[in-house]
Design a protein around this ligand. Structure first.
Ligand code: ADP
Length: 491
């Protein structure tokens, strides 16, 4: 029998143990499909203070492991569980740096979950975690073939592997894949991080020149991941092309261009077991492609009742998102009041920047019968909104892949998206949603007007809903694309 390829996933989030956004969903869903295709995959994440140890049956695996950081010895513990419903091992790196329950971002409390804090402190935390990962690789009785690192938090891992290879034979055969989930967050730090991490040999002077940030005295984790991993990929074919340009390259386009031959774009999938209107326990009435006509309206009623909006079959527009400019809040803000002149309702679920939250709060007061913004993170309410709305707003300025538009289509809620990144790759104009080009309120308004027109044309509307619901966004296809990359690496 052919030996299975052994892959260790390392990242900052993992649904359902700990989720902030799409990264958690991908980390939690892709391994299940990889395992089905015969990949031997395990996962490692930090053990945040908010992860529910009891609920996820997390047990101590190894106590008092050592790691050398900041020129001194630190101890950490390793815990273990299985990804719920699977035999996939999840290791949890336990250290007090990850114990905190509150998260602060941009100087304010952002959301609960203990995942991200202020970025500068985060860099230390995730370097620490990354070093822990290589120590764990040493400890596991499992010779891995591929270390699959996700986003800037674990972008230093290929360099750690190189550093350890210099003195440990076992590390020489480990290949690395680095997945960029969002190029905008890079983990930029002062140079003393090299000392802190103990990365003196792998970061050779010749390499260091490239590693300096454009300011000249900074180090950029994302850049390190891009330059040092054996292969690099991002989460949609369009974003993989966009990031080679100045507009989307976030100052790293020259480095990405250098890796062009080793850079790939693979669309994310969604967990179709979790995001399934036929089985979803969080929604009022389960439905499928054949009965959405009579059942989706019941979900709309339940949503309106829950949010204390008048119950009626007016078009409901939804937004479920981090409230940041990336997600199109800049072009949505000038549009809200124009939209609200029409006979419709707007439902928003999200947390984020204060200026956007304040704007939404004032609209809540001004239009209590038409506008409801819920400013929190609430996975169950999100499902109710996906099921109970008609249109899903996702007018992102840039979007590496985006999951919201795929989830909304699966729930028969037509997405209104800008033609960028994964949105462009997944939504078909007037077939499964509405697509506009210019990042401008006027262009978005035109797309919303078209959706309202189609709302009245029930024959076209229902055909579009059916089309949207029948799209295949499962991980199956994407996982096989990842396996092609793994095979390239181990060949
Ligand atoms: P990103 O990872 O950039 O935030 P994605 O579209 O890739 O955006 O993934 C966002 C995920 O997080 C989706 O599953 C979306 O439903 C979910 N989400 C975003 N905000 C909230 C919220 N306030 N409450 C519940 N779920 C949310």
């Amino acid at each position: 029998m052919e030996n299975k390829i052994k892959v260790l996933f390392a990242g900052a989030e993992l649904t359902p143990l700990v989720k902030v956004g799409g990264l958690g969903d991908v980390m939690g869903a892709m391994p299940k499909s990889l395992a089905k295709y015969g990949i031997d995959v395990k996962i490692i994440i930090p053990f945040y203070g908010t992860i529910d140890q009891k609920k996820f049956k997390i047990k101590l695996f190894k106590k008092g492991l050592n790691l050398q950081i900041d020129n001194s010895k630190e101890k950490f513990d390793l815990y273990q569980t299985f990804l719920p419903g699977t035999k996939i091992s999840v290791y949890l790196f336990k250290h007090k740096l990850f114990n905190s329950k509150d998260i602060y971002f941009g100087g304010r409390k952002y959301f609960k979950g203990g995942v991200y804090s202020r970025e500068i402190k985060d860099i230390d935390r995730f370097i620490f975690f990354s070093k822990g990962v290589v120590e764990v690789i040493k400890q596991l009785n499992w010779q891995i073939d591929i270390l699959h690192a996700h986003d800037w938090h674990t972008a230093m891992l290929p360099t750690f592997i190189d550093e350890y290879s210099l003195s440990d034979e076992n590390f020489k055969n480990i290949k690395t894949l680095f997945t960029i989930h969002n190029l905008a967050n890079q983990g930029i730090s002062s140079l003393d991080i090299i000392d802190y991490a103990g990365l003196h040999q792998a970061l050779t002077p010749a390499l260091m020149e490239d590693y300096y940030d454009h300011d000249g005295d900074k180090i950029d984790m994302m850049k390190i991941g891009i330059l040092s991993a054996d292969l690099v990929n991002t989460v949609s074919p369009t974003y993989a092309k966009e990031i080679l340009t100045k507009v989307y390259g976030e100052n790293l386009e020259q480095y990405l261009l250098r890796r062009k031959k080793h850079l790939f774009g693979i669309l994310n999938g969604i967990d179709t077991d979790v995001f399934n209107p036929q089985t979803d326990k969080a929604i009022a009435k389960k439905y499928n492609q054949n009965n959405f006509l009579s059942h989706k309206i019941l979900n709309k009623k339940a949503l309106q009742t829950k949010l204390k909006l008048p119950v009626s079959d007016v078009p409901v527009f939804a937004l479920i998102s981090r409230l940041v400019s990336q997600k199109g809040l800049d072009i949505l803000n000038p549009l809200w009041e124009n939209l609200l002149k029409q006979d419709l309702q707007i439902v928003i679920l999200g947390t984020g920047e204060k200026k956007y939250e304040e704007e939404l709060k004032s609209l809540n007061k001004k239009y209590p019968n038409k506008f409801k913004a819920v400013l929190k993170f609430d996975a169950d309410l999100a499902q109710m909104i996906y099921a109970g709305s008609d249109f899903f707003l996702m007018p992102s300025n840039f979007e590496p892949c985006g999951l919201g538009q795929m989830i909304s289509m699966r729930y028969g809620t037509l997405p209104i998206v800008r033609a960028t990144g994964g949105l462009k790759d997944t939504v078909k104009h007037k077939k499964t949603g509405f697509v506009f080009k210019d990042y401008h309120s006027k262009a978005l308004e035109k797309a919303c007007d078209l959706s309202l027109k189609i709302f009245k044309d029930k024959k076209t509307l229902n055909k579009m809903i059916k089309n949207a619901m029948s799209q295949d966004f499962s991980w199956q296809k994407s996982a096989s694309e990842y396996i092609k990359l793994y095979k390239k690496l181990v060949r």
